[in-house]
Structure formats: C-alpha cells, structure tokens
Design a protein around this ligand. Structure first.
Ligand code: GLY
Ligand code: MN
Ligand code: MN
Length: 500
C-alpha cells in the first residue's frame, strides 16, 4: 500500500475475490504499435552527449521527481524537473518517479537508461486500487517498449534502479541532481556510503560539491538554445501574445464583474492551459498600486477605469518552454498624461536595453543601458536627492535610483522562467551574450502610493515592460514583438475594446 493509500485508508473498500477477477477481465487488448522517436527526444540526444563528455567514467543520475502533495492524498499536477526534461525530451506531466541514468561505458561515453514505472497489468491491484498511480485513477502509463521507442534509449522498471546504482559501487562514482527527488538522492547517498567511497565528513562534502557541479553544468548548458529550443521559445511567445489579446478584449468584463485581477488571471490561465501546458509561473495581475509589489500574485483586487494594470504572464507550452512577458495597460484604453510620462520613460529604457542585446556585449551591458535611461529620467524629474548626478547615482556606491527600480533588467529564460539559475556568476552576470541565448529585458518604475519622496501625481503608478529577446548572429530578435509596446501602439490596440 502506498503512503498515499494509507492516508486515505479509512475510505478503503474491501475487495472480494469475485471483484478482483471480474475487474481484470473483459478489456480489449492493448495496442502493441510503438511510437516513432519523438522530435524533442531527437534533440535531447546531443545534449546527453555533451553531458557525457563533461563527466567521463561517472554514473550520472537525473530524476524527474515525484508527485508533490497538495493535501492528504491529493497531489499537484506533476511537472518534471527541468534538467530531466531537457535531457530526455519528456515534457508536460511526464514521467513521475522516472530517473534518467547515464551509465558510463568501458569503451568511453555513456549509455542513457530510463528507469520508470511502466504500465501495470490489469490483473494487478494497482490497476484499480492505487489512486496515485493506478490506471483507473490517473490513466494508463507507457510500456517499457513504447517509452524506449519514443525516447530512443533503453528502458528499465524503476524497481531495478537501486541495483543499477549499486553496480560496481566501489569503482564508479555517482553524481545526482539532488533537488529533484529526495528518495533517489537518499538512495545515491546510501550506495556511496556502502561502497566505501564516501565515508569521512570531507568525502561527504566532496560528494555534495560533485553533485553541485553536475547541477551547475546542467543549468549552464541550457544557456545557449539550439534551433529547436529557439523555435519552442517563439511558439511560447506566440501563444502568450494570443493570451494577452484575449485578456485585453475581456478587460471591460473584468471591470464590470469586480474582482477584476482574478478575472484577468483566469482568462490568461484559460488560454495558457488551452494552447500549452499552463502558465509558466503564477501570473502577476496587478492593478493600480498593486503594480508596485513586484511579484503581486495574490490578484485579489478590482480593476478601475483610470488605473493601469500591470500583467506579467507567460504561456508554458507542452515542451515546458515558457515566455515571460509584461505589459502595463491603461484599463480604459487611454494613458493619462502622467501615466504616459512614466510609461514612455520605461519604454525608452527598454529600447536601450534591447539595443544592447547583441553578441559580444555582456549580460550586464543590457542592464547598464536600461538603468542609465531610468536614472536620467529620475534626475530630470528631480527625484534623485539634491545634488546627486546621474553618474553619481549609477556609481556602485550611489544607487539612489534603485528605490524606484530595485530589480535587475534581465534574466535567462527557457524551460524555467528564471533559467540557468545555477550557472556561475562569471557565466551569467559577467557572461558574454552569444547567439542562441534568450533573455528578458524588463525595466520598470515603481512609485508606491505611500512614497513621500515623489510628487502626489506619481504615487500609485507602477510600470514594467518585459519582452523576450533571442540573441542572433548579428543582433537580436524580439520574440514577443507581436504585442504592442509603445504607448501609442498600446492605445491603438485597445482602442475599440470599450465600444464592442
Ligand atoms: N515574471 C517574473 C519575472 O519577470 O522575472
Ligand atoms: Mn522576467
Ligand atoms: Mn515577468
């Protein structure tokens, strides 16, 4: 009995022999037709080769992770660990409790093997009784043969994992992606200590560092997208643009109904779920002063004509690649003069940031370009402390301007919304932009309602504009360019929504 069944134990029903025989019978034979090698799996193969070359002779363990409990015997929808998805090509909700092992070969290189829970027979108790993994409850799983054909690799039942990890334990060192599945990490630690390879505190520390190095490598290797990944990002951005279009068309309804931030979140979520896997992160639907809370995901407020609404949302498509786009819109379709002034300043900063997105520039150059424009506007508006120049605030020991834009301008984007997060500072912050990288450019200005250092007319205005930028051989491609950005274009886009 699974842990989850135990939790639901008081609701378990007795099963008779008659019942178990009857429920196992009378089903049409299962199809034995095997799928073709999937397109995502084809692209995953060279990524595994690259990882293999980085860790010769070592056994590499990449779990998908398991279900996460929402409450008692109810789980969240499963989403695989991003490194697992990247190296198998499995996306969407696949495959809970699976583990990819790269097994070192005597002749060099590695053989990939997927360990997972294959389809259970209909005469098993799991078939009808296991509400967490049973076919009656959550649907049928692939067979070993079917998964092998789809992914182009050997497959094994997950019950063989422990023995596979322990094989030649004293001779082969292991590395595991630790944050994916605590049970698999514990299994690896047990094998390590039983093998005698990892005993002392020093050896344990070295093993943890070896795992961290694997995680770092997996995170860093996602920084430059291959052609297929770039296309996934284009598709995620296209789906996101459609979802934004649906939100804008429904803004009058969001105002009319009250609790409008929830309505906006729902409309975006509906389209994200329909066209993709869902949202890539909880949508930020922040009207009025809520826009000044950077990650406002409570979305409990009303929408009022005359206010702005900042919507930061992205569709995660089936392959798990996500967009991350922000538009700040006048709820009634027209910016007030002061809103436009703030918006145009952020727009100018964003244009400067995007302009800096080209190969050879550093990641930091993008922020430097955008924040200089922000600082200049704050200076022009007399908001910096008396006597502080633009250069003085931009200097490391200055930074007064950060009161109104406390966040950075960019992050890498891909399977994770904050992709490549474990990469070293020298590769990320200090890194040089190269074709295939995708980053956001998302400056903002945030004037809180209770900010006594800005004139009253600015208080309660928060603006961020965010686009997803692919670095190309000679510059960049704005993947989210389908969504209007300039204030006049935004107004033209919204012109007829209140007249329909
Ligand atoms: N949506 C979170 C961010 O823009 O980083
Ligand atoms: Mn972002
Ligand atoms: Mn965002």
């Amino acid at each position: 009995m699974s842990e989850q069944q135990a939790k639901a134990g008081h609701r378990a029903r007795p099963t008779s022999e008659n019942f178990t025989a009857f429920i196992a019978s009378g089903w049409a034979p299962r199809s034995t037709q095997l799928p073709d090698l999937s397109e995502p799996a084809r692209w995953a193969s060279p990524r595994r080769e690259a990882l293999s070359a980085a860790f010769p002779g070592e056994r590499l363990v990449l779990p998908a992770g398991g279900y996460k409990v929402r409450s008692n015997d109810t789980d969240y929808v499963f989403r695989p660990h991003s490194a697992f998805a990247h190296l198998t090509g499995l996306g969407s909700d696949r495959e809970p409790d699976a583990v990819l092992v790269l097994e070192p070969l005597p002749e060099g290189g590695h053989e990939p093997v997927l360990y997972f829970l294959p389809l259970a027979p209909r005469d098993s108790e799991e078939f009808f009784a296991d509400s967490r993994v049973g076919e009656f409850w959550v649907g049928a799983r692939p067979t070993l043969e079917s998964m092998a054909a789809e992914l182009g690799m050997r497959t094994e039942p997950v019950e063989n994992l422990r023995d596979a990890l322990a094989k030649d334990a004293g001779l082969v060192s292991l590395r595991v992606v630790r944050d994916a599945d605590t049970q698999v990490s514990a299994m690896v630690e047990e094998v390590r200590s039983q093998s005698g390879l990892v005993q002392s505190a020093q050896e344990q520390e070295a093993a943890l560092e070896a795992d961290a190095e694997l995680a770092r490598r997996l995170s860093t290797m996602r920084m430059v997208k291959d052609d297929w990944e770039a296309q996934q990002m284009r598709e995620a951005c296209a789906a996101t643009a459609d979802a934004f279009g649906a939100v804008v068309a429904d803004l009058p309804e969001a105002v009319r109904r009250g609790r409008g931030e929830r309505w906006v979140e729902g409309v975006f979520g509906l389209h994200a779920r329909h066209s993709g896997n869902g949202v890539g992160y909880d949508s930020i639907c922040a009207a009025g002063d809520h826009a000044n809370t950077l990650h406002w995901i409570k979305n409990t407020g009303d929408l009022r004509p005359g206010d702005l609404i900042l919507i930061d949302a992205g569709v995660e498509i089936d392959s798990l690649f996500t967009a991350d786009v922000t538009r700040t819109l006048p709820v009634d379709g027209t910016f007030t003069d002061v809103q436009r002034r703030v918006y145009d300043a952020v727009y100018a900063a964003q244009c400067a940031g995007i302009e800096a997105c080209r190969p050879g520039n550093t990641f930091k150059d993008v922020h430097a370009a955008a924040i200089r424009v922000i600082a200049q506007h704050l200076f022009d508006w007399g908001l910096l402390p008396d006597g502080v120049s633009v250069e003085e605030t931009l200097a490391e020991e200055g930074q007064w301007h950060r009161r109104w834009m406390v966040h950075g301008t960019s992050h890498h984007l891909g399977i994770d919304v904050h992709d490549c997060q474990l990469a070293l500072r020298e590769d990320y912050m200090e890194g040089t932009l190269a074709p295939g990288m995708v980053l956001t450019v998302e400056p903002g200005l945030y004037f809180k309602a209770d900010d006594e250092l800005v004139p009253p007319e600015l208080r309660g205005i928060g603006v961020r504009i965010e686009d997803d930028i692919l670095i190309t051989a000679d510059g960049c491609e704005n993947l989210s360019a389908a969504l209007p950005r300039a204030s006049a274009d935004v107004e033209a886009w919204m012109a007829d929504i209140w007249r329909r």
